[in-house]
Structure formats: structure tokens, C-alpha cells
Design a protein around this ligand. Sequence first.
Ligand code: DOR
Ligand code: ZN
Ligand code: ZN
Length: 424
Amino acid sequence: MEYKIVNARLLYKESFLEGEILIKDGKTHRVSKNIQENLPKIDAEGKLLLPGLIDPHAHLRDSLLSYKEDFDTGTSAALAGGYTLLLDMPNTKPQIDSPERIKKRIEEAKGKINCDVGFYSLAFPNSDFSSLFKAGAIAIKIYLHKRFRDEEWSYENLRKVMKELSKFKRVLAFHAEELDPPFELDKYDVFLHSSFHDERAEIRAVKKIIDLAKDYDLPIHFCHISTPQALEEIYYTKLKGLNLTLELTPHHLLLDDSYFKLGNIALVEPPLRALEDVMELRKALYEGKVDMIGSDHAPHTIDEKLEEKPLPGFPNLEISFSLLNTLTDKFDVINLIKLMSINVARRFGLKKVGAIEEGYKANLFLFDPKEEWRIDPLRFLSKAKYSPFQGFLVRGKVKKTLLRGNIVYEDGVILKRGLGEVII
Ligand code: DOR
Ligand code: ZN
Ligand code: ZN
């Protein structure tokens, strides 16, 4: 398979080039103003040609949670949003926490994923990380606010994990909220039916992890940071030389707690915060203090969202890039690609992805930065057809997505299924 894409504004070496790209054997073979060879061609019609997005944080579900989302629908949603590689979270059913489970998940994914996927594993204090990585885990995740086998994530347990993991160059990612905060319950409880999502729960958790991380040499990643205080704490500790990164989500950047008016649909962990916090997070984003954006695509059935004890999370893959692009008057597409592709590849050691470069995988998407459209969750390819962003007018639309040179998505339709590979 050899062809060229012509008439594109392509992101090449950190700026836009009006040019052409030759795709051969699934790779970007050459980038140039003009490709001389007489080959079949695709006309980009002047649209932006960008490296496929990489999500550090998605919940594809499948297995016993296939009723919420499965490999096919989750990765279809990804392609529709311009993503070509996702890192899948391990809080599945059964959960991913052993080499056997990782192997089984990889086997199950084969032939069913429409974009590339890497799999997280959970950790226990006595996990055999060498076997987990050999089995194919890409990184490790800890939910600090969840018990495991009736135990809590004490300092001692965390130390065991960090010590063992520091032998490997793999990322340890945290959902950073404290399990039992030593403070009074407050207004969020009414909404969240739980006691541990106060802002202070995140700030304390972050401080605890940083405190421990000072003693070990390993890459630590903070998922979905939602408070400016936690963000600053991480940022300034990073400046002192600790190996930390942090991720923000589209919802914590675009929605404040007034969206609680939508009821359970807007329920998410960590929860939406006050408007002034949201504005502070945006400011930090514009100031370059943020490493990446994760979708935290977390689909549930609508019934599960509307129950008395509703489940947190909502589907985001299809709209993350357009939402962020709409936010970006102070902030251009080039920066966005850093946050949603290059930086993720770099942090997680993902090879030959994250940029349009000779020899890199031709994982790409065509984006019309001007097209305005209204978010209609009923059109989502995800099984979850609701969103707190319903009705938002956004700017910029994904037109086509390419996976190793194959046009796998075009204008709302998946053209080729099952071409995704598991990244290990
Ligand atoms: O809102 C959330 N949903 N936060 C989490 O940490 C888990 C996620 C899920 O898996 O549904
Ligand atoms: Zn989480
Ligand atoms: Zn999550």
C-alpha cells in the first residue's frame, strides 16, 4: 500500500507546512511540499493533518462490563474523536491485576479493537511487576481511594510498590483522592453520596504521594487533577527535579459545579469544582504547567447514571479534541497536539507515534478547525449516549482518521474494523 495525501496543512516539526505526505507500508515515508511520484492520492482539501491523538486515560470496559462499552464501540468512539491509541484503565470486571489477566485481556482485544490500545494493570504491594510487564502491561495504576483485598494504601504499602517499581522505567499512575479524609463532610456529599471527594482529599493524596516519591526514582503520573492547589503542588515539585507528570480532563477544564444542575449525568470522580478553580486550571494550562489531557472516557448505562447511587463518569472520547480546540483562543492546535499526543507518547515510552515524522506510524487524522457543530450524544459511537456537554457548540471537527495508513474512520462511519494492535 503506497499513496499520498495532498493539499494538506500538516503539522511537521512543530509548525504547519502546506504540503504532501507519502504513506508506505503503514508509515509516514516522506513529508515534502511536493511528492513527485505518481501515486494514488487523497485530497485533504486544505484541512489540518495531525498526528493521531493518544489518550493516557480511557475505560474501554468490555468483558463483564460489555453492557456499558466494549472494545468495538469504545475504540470506534476513539477514532471518531481523532484518537489512534488509548491506554485502557484496569478497573474492569474482572479487574486487571495479574499477568494471567493481562494476557487474557490482550487475547480478547485482538481482532476487536479499531485503534491501538495499551493496557494498565493494578498493583498490589507484593505484585510481581517483572511478570506483569512481560505479560504486556504498559503501566501501573493505583486508586488511592479504593481498598484492595480489604487493605488500604498505607505509606508502607505504597513504599513497597514504589521500591519494586523503581527497577523498571514504567509509569505509576494515581487516582489521587484520599480514602477517608480526616475532616467533616460537606456539600459535595449530598451530591456524591460519599465522603471522600472533597478538594482536600485530592490535595492530601497528592502531598502523600509526593512525600513518598522523594525517596524513589520512578516516573509518577497524576490522573485527572481537579484542584489548582494539587496542580501547583505537583508543578513546583516537578521543577525541583522529581519525575512527575499530571493530566487534566476536558470536563474539569470546561465544566464547573453549576453543572450539577444536570443531576447525575454530571457526576464524576473527582467531581466538578467551583468556577474559580476551573479558571485557575485553565490559567495553568495556558501557562504550560500541564503535561497532558486525558479523556477519562468512563461510560455507564443511562440507568446506572440515574440510579439512586449513580455511577461516576461519562463518555468523552468523541468530543475531547473539539472541546479543547474551542477553548483555545489563547492556545493553538500545536500546543493541543503536544498535550494530547506527543507528550503522552514520550511519557509512556510509546514508540514511533505522536508526531508526523519519516518512519513513524501513519496514525493521523484530518481536522477541519473551523467547522462548528453541536454536541449530540445520540450520535456517539460509544454505547453511552449522554453527556454533560450535550448541546455545546464546538469548533473543529474530525473528518477522517488513519491507522497505519488505513482510512478507518470517515464522517461518522467506521470504515475498517479490527485493525488495532495491542501496544506492549
Ligand atoms: O468518574 C470516574 N469514573 N472516576 C473514576 O475514577 C472511575 C471512573 C469509572 O471507571 O467509571
Ligand atoms: Zn480516576
Ligand atoms: Zn478514569
